[in-house]
Design a protein around this ligand. Structure first.
Ligand code: MRU
Length: 344
């Protein structure tokens, strides 16, 4: 059990840790209005693909609960507005749309229930999405742990940890499971410019758990690999296409190219909710562009001269051929085998 929590829902309010303030401050907010939850996703108070999905599910249940009408048609109109609001928050992590669709189906597949019963069902479904994610992340850790040998130095990028999920994480669940088994490991956390999820979040949560972590700047990874200082790379994912191409935090693709050159195993850890079987290849994955200020400014201080152009794509796509394997709750698969995971 971690010494913090990422997100909670008690049926009346959604509470979450403000990840923008880490590692300096641990501040939790409680929201009773679904719009605040949608804003929290947009503004990255909560982030990471599975956590975004969970937050949306909680927010949708909260919003539905607060709809004040006894008329089913009016309820449906307001419910659809809530779904739309969440769909507009962040475009790349498919877990968001997976969660929205599950919540939507709960409503549309319950025509015989009263509105109060539907509201209860939506709260239950949202809580189930959270609980399933806990088990899924745990299983990803167990399935990936065997790949980690005693003494390994493991490189990770961004934050695919407890802060990005319900608990445990995906890539960090593999690392946690290896540590728990008593394997002596060292983690290199890329700082992950421009938002610094690695330096601020991965380092924070691993350090809290007593797992040895060393932060490096993103541009140091290649040097470390050339020095044989990295044995294994594991990162998370925001969307995996049917052919295994994988979108993850900007900089992941460069790591995969470097790993190929240096013959270092490069693994993705992700739940099935991150797979998008409707998208055939990475070309069609929507890539979020974030505000220029993430690059031009740091802690309120200008880093880039005024008037200079800035480009800030938040994710990149790693082609399947650069990925050694994908660690899921169903086991470890080769990218070419991804289609086998498609639910029937
Ligand atoms: O922009 P973010 O912080 O939401 O991006 C997060 C990542 O890219 C993670 O690696 C990914 O969502 C996997 S989280 C288990």
């Amino acid at each position: 059990m971690a010494s913090f929590y990422t997100i909670r829902f008690d049926g009346e309010k959604v509470s979450m840790l403000d990840q923008r303030l880490l590692p300096e401050q641990e501040i939790y907010y409680s929201y009773t209005d679904y719009k605040e939850v949608a804003t929290a996703i947009k503004e990255m108070i909560i982030r990471g693909a599975p956590a975004i999905g969970i937050a949306a599910a909680f927010g949708i249940a909260l919003g539905a609960k607060n709809i004040e009408t006894l008329d089913k048609e009016e309820f449906k109109t307001k419910f659809d507005e809530i779904l739309d609001e969440f769909a507009k928050t962040r475009p790349t992590a498919v877990n968001l749309f997976w969660a929205i669709n599950r919540m939507k189906r709960t409503f549309y597949e319950s025509p015989c229930l009263s509105l109060n019963e539907i509201k209860d069902e939506l709260v239950l479904k949202a809580k189930r999405i959270y609980e399933e994610d806990v088990l899924t992340c745990k299983k990803i850790g167990e399935n990936g742990e065997a790949l980690i040998k005693d003494g390994y130095s493991i490189l990770t990028h961004c934050n695919a940890g407890a802060l990005a999920t319900s608990e445990f994480g995906t890539a960090l669940s593999v690392i946690r499971a290896a540590h728990k088994k008593g394997k002596k490991i060292n983690v290199y956390a890329d700082e992950t410019r421009p938002y610094l999820q690695g330096a601020r979040l991965t380092a924070w949560e691993l350090n809290k758990d007593g797992i040895p972590v060393t932060v490096i700047c993103d541009n140091m990874a290649g040097y470390l690999m050339s020095q044989r200082k990295v044995d294994f790379i594991v990162v998370g994912a925001d969307r995996i296409a049917a052919n295994g191409d994988t979108a993850n935090k900007i900089g992941t693709y460069s790591l995969a190219v470097l790993a190929k050159y240096h013959n270092i195993p490069f693994y993705i850890a992700a739940p099935l909710s991150t797979f998008d079987f409707n998208i055939q290849s990475g070309v069609d994955i929507p890539i979020e562009e974030r505000p220029a200020t993430e690059i031009t400014h740091f802690a309120g201080k200008r880093l880039v001269p005024e008037g200079v152009n800035v480009y800030n794509p938040s994710f990149d796509v790693t082609p399947a051929e650069l990925i050694t394997g994908i660690i899921t709750e169903k086991g470890v698969v080769k990218p070419a085998e991804v289609k086998r995971l498609k639910p029937v």
